[in-house]
Design a protein around this ligand. Structure first.
Ligand SMILES: [Zn+2]
Length: 286
């Protein structure tokens, strides 16, 4: 994976450099083609999977424009959290760009349900989230977490929370030829009674914090940061995406507002040395 600076209004885009014509896919909600184990965007038979953690890192450090180049179909998983992407972005440095930042502001309540799971949005002047999960496991059970966006709290409270799974599911997936790289190095793995990772949890409520991370990453596909109060109950990638599609196709539910009245924020893009080659032409983006 290579992260490259991009001009204002470029957005968050992924490029498959291992495929002829280097197809580029813009990370937007309508490009999502699969949400079974992770969020996958695709177009015309080209797919890029597990984008949600790096997308959360972009939102978490207010990156608006970036080109992510990949030489394969999946974003590197690192330790299953967003910590490594954050470190890379911090190391590279970020540059403010001379264009106003835009936000998608929730103006009217919106509710999207799936069985007993739901996501609800109500108007707010910041990005606030309350997430609730309920897993029948002695170390997880019911967990809830409330969070309000700030770069420091993202780094401190959310970015380090790892993805989690159950050993029996990992076995099943590996039997299907999936999750072959899945190990205790890139996920919290539970057996029926406990946790298999020697070091235990990074936070007592690491699972719900990871769901918050996933939500932030999946909602970053709006193409701009959101302002609203979101409540998510037993949700996941599929419902996150359904909710975002519903929001974007309900023009009465939101407004696009300019940053000037909110906080002195400008568009940002990585400031590390620009690679000599030009951006590949955007042939496949919609
Ligand atoms: Zn995740």
């Amino acid at each position: 994976m290579k992260l490259k600076p991009a001009p204002p209004n470029f957005g968050l885009r992924f490029c498959r450099v291992d495929i002829a014509d280097r197809p580029v896919i813009i990370a937007r909600q309508h490009q999502v083609v699969d949400t079974l184990f992770a969020t996958t965007i695709g177009f015309d038979g080209v797919a890029i999977s597990t984008i949600e953690h790096v997308m959360a890192a972009f939102l978490g450090c207010r990156v608006d424009n970036i080109l992510v180049e990949l030489d394969g179909p999946e974003v590197p998983i690192f330790d299953g959290s967003a910590a490594a992407y954050l470190q890379l972005l911090e190391k590279a440095g970020l540059r403010e760009q001379s264009a106003p930042r835009q936000y998608l502001k929730v103006e009217r309540p919106l509710l999207v349900k799936e069985g007993d799971a739901f996501i609800k949005a109500t108007p707010a002047d910041c990005f606030r989230l309350h997430y609730f999960i309920d897993f029948s496991h002695p170390l997880v059970g019911r967990q809830e977490f409330s969070w309000c966006f700030s770069e420091t709290s993202f780094a401190r409270e959310i970015a380090k929370a790892r993805t989690f799974g159950f050993f029996r599911d990992v076995q099943k997936l590996q039997g299907m030829g999936l999750a072959r790289g899945g190990s205790l190095d890139n996920a919290i793995v539970f057996d029926d009674r406990g946790i298999l990772n020697n070091d235990g949890f990074r936070y007592n409520d690491e699972c719900v914090r990871h769901k918050v991370l996933d939500f932030i990453g999946d909602l970053a596909l709006a193409g701009m940061p959101l302002l609203g109060h979101f409540q998510a109950y037993k949700a996941g990638h599929s419902l996150h995406n359904r909710f975002l599609r519903q929001l974007i196709t309900s023009p009465e539910a939101y407004a696009v507002v300019n940053s000037s009245s909110l906080i002195p924020a400008f568009l940002r893009s990585p400031s590390f040395p620009i690679f000599p080659e030009r951006f590949s032409p955007i042939t496949k983006a919609v």
